[in-house]
Design a protein around this ligand. Structure first.
Ligand SMILES: *Cc1c(COP(=O)(O)O)cnc(C)c1O
Length: 421
């Protein structure tokens, strides 16, 4: 469920009319809904009610400070995958004891910063990482609480570019090496092994691969305990899918019930890292039609938004619903368009042969489900300035990242001395 709805024939974000918003703030622009972010977080959190758990929003899905702060106030922690994201989480007011740090390539500087900040947990993805982490901790007279990220070798049955739990993926430690790495960890003075973690992929629309992977890791926790390791944490990762195109991903309640069943009597603190589930359908990319161009065999809707603003269709072949903000022509009237952006790449396509309400140059469209892996993946390709992000809250809205100017974008380049004279 989200809070983007038609009222009197116009698409609104909560109580904000998107036509007025676009006039005031320009396009393209990302628009997020506070009520939707809140609802998604709370529905997920409540699905785990009664279990000792911490929901850490995966910042890489949407790391705007205002989005993080919105979720932080509801009790969310943060799952970060870089030192930069850790700084963002702290700056937005997430307490260190609600931050977990994952990632296959943490640099020495990043580890040191994580130790210095006394974050809740570091998710270690290789034996090689352990030694450096221990040194960093000892250097700061600290002991790092870690979990080992297991690669359970399970097919998440999702797009290959967002699959992370197969043996061939770079993520985690092979399941049959975990016992050995756990022993290495226990011999290191700066490390306290607390448990195991996994994250098998994103946009999962079926609980079965998750259940299979959780089962494997839970069995492993029991094995390690039998060998004398005192483990009290299980990090289940993220990955729950959302409906982009009428999919019916598992509801948080079904996920919660499965987790409850599997972890019965296990006595661990659970950490969950949802990203897309919280933010995906809480945001849209608002864009204006520049041209309706007649091609030789098809009709192109050329938008002012492009692949640099939202790369998911080009990168993952993903589907986004596209809605006319003020549909015309009455029920059932439609035209078929290829919806494209202005960037000089053939892959700059949001949708092919899409049936939409008839549109003219100057009309607004909303590219739906763009709240996760949207703005965070934007680039300035073709020297297109980063677009603004706007957060709606009831009838209020605020620009939470202003539109970048072309001048400031260019000003970051520097001319070397030999080109100056
Ligand atoms: C990306 C990622 C997540 C979030 O994935 P979603 O599919 O957005 O829920 C969680 N944990 C880790 C380690 C990740 O890399």
């Amino acid at each position: 469920m989200n809070h983007f709805e038609y009222r009197h024939g116009r698409l609104h974000a909560e109580d904000v009319d998107l036509e007025s918003l676009a006039r005031a703030e320009g396009t393209p622009a990302y628009v997020y809904s506070t009520a939707t972010l809140t609802r998604h977080f709370q529905v997920f959190d409540r699905a785990l009610e009664g279990l000792d758990h911490l929901v850490c929003f995966a910042l890489k899905a949407n790391s705007n400070q205002a989005v993080i702060a919105t979720l932080g106030r509801l009790g969310a922690g943060a799952d970060v995958v870089s030192g930069g994201e850790m700084v963002r989480a702290l700056a937005a007011g997430i307490p260190p004891d609600r931050i977990v740090f994952s990632g296959v390539g943490k640099s020495q500087m990043e580890m040191d910063a994580a130790i210095a900040a006394r974050i809740f947990q570091i998710n270690v993805e290789s034996a090689e990482e352990l030694e450096l982490l221990s040194q960093a901790a000892v250097g700061r007279k600290a002991v790092a609480d870690i979990v080992l990220r297991v690669n359970p070798d399970v097919d998440a049955k999702t797009h290959e570019k967002i699959s992370t739990g197969k043996g061939e993926n770079k993520f985690g430690i092979a399941i049959d090496r975990i016992a050995e790495v756990a022993n290495i960890a226990c011999d290191l003075p700066g490390i306290r092994l607390r448990g195991l973690a996994l994250h098998i992929g994103s946009q999962l629309t079926d609980l079965a691969p998750l259940e299979q992977a959780f089962g494997k890791v839970i069995a492993l926790i029991k094995e390690l305990r039998a060998q004398g390791h005192e483990l009290d944490r299980l990090d289940l990762g993220g990955g729950l899918g959302i409906p982009y195109r009428g999919e019916t991903p598992p509801l948080p309640d079904a996920y919660g019930a499965m987790v409850r069943r599997l972890t019965q009597g296990l006595e661990v603190k659970l950490i969950c890292e949802p990203g897309r589930l919280i933010a995906g359908n809480a945001g849209i990319l608002l864009s204006r039609v520049l041209y309706v161009k007649q091609g030789s065999s098809r009709q192109f809707l050329v938008l002012d938004a492009a692949m640099n603003d939202l790369i998911r269709p080009a990168m993952y072949d993903s589907w986004h619903d596209i809605c006319a903000v003020s549909p015309r022509g009455g029920e059932g009237s439609h035209e078929v368009y290829d919806v494209v952006g202005p960037v000089c790449e053939s892959s700059d396509i949001f949708a092919k042969a899409r049936s939409l309400s008839p549109l003219d140059a100057g009309d607004l469209v909303a590219i739906m489900s763009a709240g996760a892996y949207g703005a965070v993946m934007a680039s300035t390709y073709n020297t297109r300035a980063l677009v603004p992000e706007i957060l709606v809250n009831g009838a209020d809205y605020a620009v939470i990242r202003p539109r970048e100017s072309i001048e400031s974008l260019i000003a970051r380049d520097q001319i070397p001395p030999w080109l100056k004279s």
